[in-house]
Every structure is written in structure tokens, then in C-alpha cells.
Design a protein around this ligand. Structure first.
Ligand SMILES: [Zn+2]
Length: 253
């Protein structure tokens, strides 16, 4: 296969041998990929800081056979966000975002919107958007881009439009229900109240940087977290360890 070139964001890396690394990265063109970086652990590392997590790079790589790891040839740094990891709160947020994208993405399943979401998350951190808001914004959009965020307009059972400023009931299997349909549930479903619904609608309409002073999102943030966590858990089938750490860090404050 000829050389490929794409913009990419490095998600994580692992030791492969004394001198080599395996790098997981999300490309603008081809989605998530894993690659071998020969010599990346040496003192004279030919990639510089370009393969550190959360670096935004122009990457050149090639693959010998499909389904195998690609071979990273070289990279040029467009912007490094690596230093953000010096702050433990930011580091735990970024680790969580990387785990989310890794968990939701199949290799070579290209999705430029997810690439752009990752970039927006990094720019949000750079601009000082509250980490909890970045996490909720990112979760909702990642679910939405994967077709997993239910419609807030109408009941997923009967299709009737929800009235304005009404609460909706969260169906345990995903979807939102009107009060009539929810009465038929074997267990009482949890409610999502208008304040949280307005905040989610706002997230789906606006860019992350609009929430730099996002007090409107902070009030229902916990309510949104319960919803997104449930949707993520039901899709992945397991909790993401880095979320547990991120949550502990923030809920203690
Ligand atoms: Zn209904």
C-alpha cells in the first residue's frame, strides 16, 4: 500500500519493545488506527514529541497488509496539547475523552465529525471551558454521532411530540417516553426535567467554546451525567475506568 497522509490526534501509546511503541490515533480521513512507531522510545526519538497523547499532527504512515498495524513513518506537529497533562484534572479529562473515542470507534471506520469533536474538546480545554462541561458536551455529541442519542422531540414508543417544558421519562433500554407510555413500564423510569432538556438541546445547537461561561449547563450537569453514563454503559457494556477516576476527582470538590 502506498504511503498515506492524514491529520491525526494521538489518543494513547503503549510500549512494544525497548525501542518501539504502539500508538493509537484518530485520523481525519480513516478514523481510528493503531500503528507501530519504530525507535519512538529511543533517546534520539525520530518523532520528537509528535506521538505523545493529545498531539495534533500531520502523520505519514503505510500498511503492509490490511487488518495489520500500520507503520508510522513520520509526523509534523500542528499543535501539541501534551502539556495539559501536567494538571491532574485536565489529564484525567483527556484520558477519559481518549478512552471514549477508543471505545466507540472501530478501526478504519472513518468519521470526520468525531475527529472534529476531538479537536473541539482539546480547544475547549485550551480555552478554559469547565472540564465537567467538556465531558458532558463530548459524551452527548459522541452518542449523537454514533446514532445512540435518542430524540428529545417525541416519545420513542408512541411517537407523540413532547409538549414544551414537560419532563420526559428515560426508558431503561434507551429512548425517552411520554408519561402515558412510561406508565406501562414494569419499573418506574427516571425523569429528565426541562432544565436538563434545554441544556442538552443547547449542547446540540452550539459549539463547545460557547460554553466558556456555561453556568446554564452546570446546574443540570449531574442530571445529564446520569443519562449519558447510562447510555454509554448500555452501548459499551462496561464502565470506563478513567471516568471513575475523573468523577472521583470532581465530585470530591
Ligand atoms: Zn408515548
Amino acid at each position: 500500500m502506498p504511503l498515506q497522509q492524514s491529520q491525526a490526534i494521538i489518543l494513547k501509546s503503549f510500549k512494544l519493545s525497548e525501542s518501539d511503541k504502539i500508538v493509537v490515533f484518530f485520523t481525519r480521513k480513516l478514523g481510528k488506527l493503531r500503528g507501530v512507531a519504530r525507535g519512538a522510545r529511543l533517546l534520539k526519538n525520530p518523532f520528537g514529541g509528535g506521538l505523545e497523547p493529545f498531539t495534533y499532527v500531520n502523520l505519514i504512515f503505510f500498511e503492509k497488509r490490511p487488518q495489520e498495524l500500520v507503520h508510522i513513518d513520520s509526523c509534523d506537529i500542528i499543535r501539541s496539547y501534551y502539556n495539559f497533562q501536567r494538571d491532574i484534572a485536565t489529564a484525567s479529562l483527556l484520558a477519559y475523552l481518549a478512552d471514549l473515542v477508543d471505545g466507540f470507534s472501530q478501526e478504519r471506520d472513518s468519521n470526520e465529525n468525531i475527529f472534529r469533536l476531538l479537536l473541539a474538546g482539546l480547544k475547549g480545554v485550551e480555552s478554559g471551558v469547565e472540564p465537567l462541561i467538556i465531558a458532558r458536551y463530548f459524551e452527548i455529541w459522541l452518542l449523537k454521532l454514533n446514532g445512540l442519542f435518542p430524540s428529545l422531540r417525541s416519545c420513542s414508543k408512541c411517537g407523540r411530540r413532547f409538549p414544551r417544558n414537560a419532563r420526559v421519562i428515560v426508558h431503561p433500554g434507551g429512548g425517552f417516553l411520554c408519561p402515558t407510555c412510561s406508565r406501562r413500564l414494569p419499573q418506574k423510569g427516571e425523569s429528565l426535567y426541562p432544565r436538563a432538556i434545554r441544556a442538552i438541546s443547547s449542547i446540540l445547537r452550539r459549539s463547545l467554546l460557547d460554553f466558556k461561561n456555561g453556568k446554564e449547563l452546570m446546574e443540570p450537569e449531574r442530571e445529564i451525567e446520569l443519562l449519558t453514563t447510562r447510555l454509554i454503559l448500555s452501548h459499551l457494556g462496561k464502565e470506563i475506568p478513567s471516568l471513575v477516576f475523573f468523577r472521583q476527582l470532581f465530585r470530591q470538590q
